[in-house]
Design a protein around this ligand. Structure first.
Ligand code: KIV
Ligand code: ZN
Length: 556
């Protein structure tokens, strides 16, 4: 990097807009969405989609609810042309969906593009040319007047040659993009957009789409919003114009730039699913749509099975959605930190149907987008005590008493520490089983039976202690009491029962009982044990043996 002071880069010039309105506004409704996955997204793939893959992707976009879909650049390659034709010839485009095609302002390409869309019901013909000073100077070497003439001539041709299409029943709309708009002088961008509108002659019933791209993102989102507000307030045919946004993400603020520009008055948003696109990508429509949703505005897109959308996306583009991608990433509903896990667990019981979602750390109900709570908490050595209990309950139905959380939390955290990785839910269950349910050393229960007379329970038990068999009897006010008294007749350490709880696991004939019992050694600490059995009495007796074994040989 260049050492300070930096001469290699300059700040982006602000827009002179002292009366800007957008900072005081809120977004009240969803914009018109246009997916450019099959064009801008596709052209940025190392291996562009095949026709079959584009068809699968197109069908998914339709299912999601996109009403405007840029399907490609049919004059640029045979595959793009064939794809457009297949959509039309195989009647794959619902009547309420418009296909959009991109075309440079060249006579032969316009002719070829019109052939590509012949027979379609709804077409958005998207013409563009670059307008920024650098493009004008370095690439085209043309003065402003001639840059303006490029789309003006092209739109004149489109009006003439498109008449036959319209006569044959196609609704033909025009989209014009002054490419590199955000790097273009606003006055010149306005001049060229006005010239284009003059030729096309839009009306409030047949609006022109003026798409104002941040082809490369150079400025902060507030500058983008200023540029859009300036355009919205200077266009003479605002009521006959749909102002469209098309942000890229070079500074990582494509979403923010779009959201602020919606405040600034834009009507429409172009972008791609998960932000695929040239360089750092296009705007991620999923994020903007779900950001709206979590503010109580329905985006008009159905993202209720986001995993399925992601699967099609990943298969067709051969790209992966990063694990931290908002809403869709593998890890976005996973809390690693103990305090986060605790807060999530405490928030969940407060959620009531029909009331606003308000779970700390999770701004959207994962179920709304087809994702599950199962994945919310994973355990590593830094996780809090509540996290382990939460996983055991959510994934396997074990309702550990609160007092036990710390104990099991330590067992599992130590395991995570020694493994040096996070643990899966299955690994956590196995650790719980090893530590509590499968402890048979030094004491193992071989047999247990009770009889009851006059409210007194008598037990007969056979246990082995370090392999040596002991036959025991005891009486008490219940099976647990009787068993504890029977154990007191042996050399095993004496203890009291401090806590007892139980619940059923599963339902019907398969149901089992789980007991949790905490014992306290006469001279020593308290330990929990757990037992599981189809017989509830036996589940508690097993839990005592488990607690005793843990007390005699605590986990290291
Ligand atoms: O980024 C861009 O400027 C484009 C235009 C063709 C709209 O993709
Ligand atoms: Zn683009």
């Amino acid at each position: 990097m260049q050492p300070a002071p930096i001469s290699k880069y300059a700040p982006f010039p602000p827009v002179d807009l002292p009366n800007r309105q957008w900072p005081n506004r809120t977004i009240k409704h969803a914009p018109i969405w246009c997916s450019v996955d099959l064009r801008d997204g596709n052209q940025a793939l190392a291996q562009p989609m095949s026709v079959e893959e584009k068809i699968e992707f197109f069908d998914m976009l339709v299912r999601i609810g996109f009403k405007e879909i840029e399907v490609g650049f049919p004059s640029a390659s045979q595959i793009e042309f064939d794809f457009t034709r297949r959509l039309i010839d195989e009647k794959r485009i619902p009547d309420d969906v418009a296909i959009q095609i991109l075309c440079q302002c060249r006579e032969d390409l316009i002719t070829r593009s019109l052939e590509a869309v012949r027979g379609a019901k709804n077409v958005i013909f998207h013409l563009y040319n670059s307008t920024s000073p650098k493009q004008r100077e370095y690439v085209f070497n043309l003065p402003k007047e001639e840059i303006v003439q490029i789309p003006v001539r092209a739109i004149g041709q489109l009006k003439r040659d498109g008449a036959a299409l319209i006569a044959a029943g196609t609704r033909l709309r025009l989209e014009y993009s002054p490419e590199s708009f955000t790097s273009t002088e606003l006055e010149f961008a306005l001049e060229i957009c006005e010239a284009v509108s003059d030729v096309w002659g839009p009306t409030p019933d047949n609006k022109i789409i003026l798409n104002l791209p941040a082809t490369v993102e150079y400025a902060t989102p507030n500058v983008h919003a200023d540029q859009i507000e300036w355009m919205c307030t200077h266009l003479t045919r605002r009521d006959s114009t749909i102002v469209s946004l098309h942000t890229h993400n070079d500074r990582g603020t494509g979403v923010a730039a779009t959201e602020l520009a919606l405040l600034a008055g834009a009507d429409r948003v172009e972008g791609t699913l998960f932000g695929n696109g040239e360089r750092t990508g296009n705007l991620d429509i999923v994020t903007v749509a779900l950001n709206l949703y979590t503010h109580g505005i329905h985006p008009g897109l159905d993202l209720s099975d986001l995993n399925a959308v992601r699967d099609v996306y990943e298969r067709c583009t051969r790209l992966e959605v990063p694990p931290r991608q908002p809403y869709a990433g593998e890890l976005v509903f996973t809390a690693f930190s103990g305090s986060h896990q605790d807060a999530i667990k405490k928030s969940l019981p407060h959620q009531k149907p029909g009331k606003p979602w308000d779970v700390i750390y999770i701004p959207i109900d994962p179920a709304d987008i087809g994702r599950s709570y199962r994945a919310i908490i994973r355990i590593n050595s830094q996780s809090g005590k509540g996290g382990v209990a939460y996983v055991l309950e959510q994934a396997f139905g074990y309702q550990l008493p609160k007092l036990m959380h710390k104990e099991i939390g330590k067992v599992v955290n130590d395991l995570a520490d020694s493994k040096g990785t996070e643990l899966t839910a299955d690994e956590i269950r196995e650790a719980f089983q090893r530590e509590y349910l499968e402890r048979t050393q030094p004491v193992s229960l071989e047999h247990f039976k009770t009889t009851e007379r006059d409210s007194t329970v008598k037990c007969e038990a056979r246990i082995t202690v370090d392999g040596k068999v002991h036959a025991l009897t005891g009486t008490g006010n219940g099976p647990i009491d009787a068993f504890v008294r029977a154990l007191a007749t042996t050399d095993l350490p004496k203890f009291d029962v401090l806590n007892y709880s139980e619940h059923s696991l599963g339902a019907g004939a398969e149901a089992k009982a789980v007991s949790y019992i905490q014992v306290k050694l006469e001279r020593g600490s308290a330990y929990f044990g757990a037992g599981i059995d189809t017989n509830i009495e036996l589940a508690s007796i097993k839990a005592i043996v488990s607690a005793l074994n843990r007390a005699i040989k605590p986990a290291k």
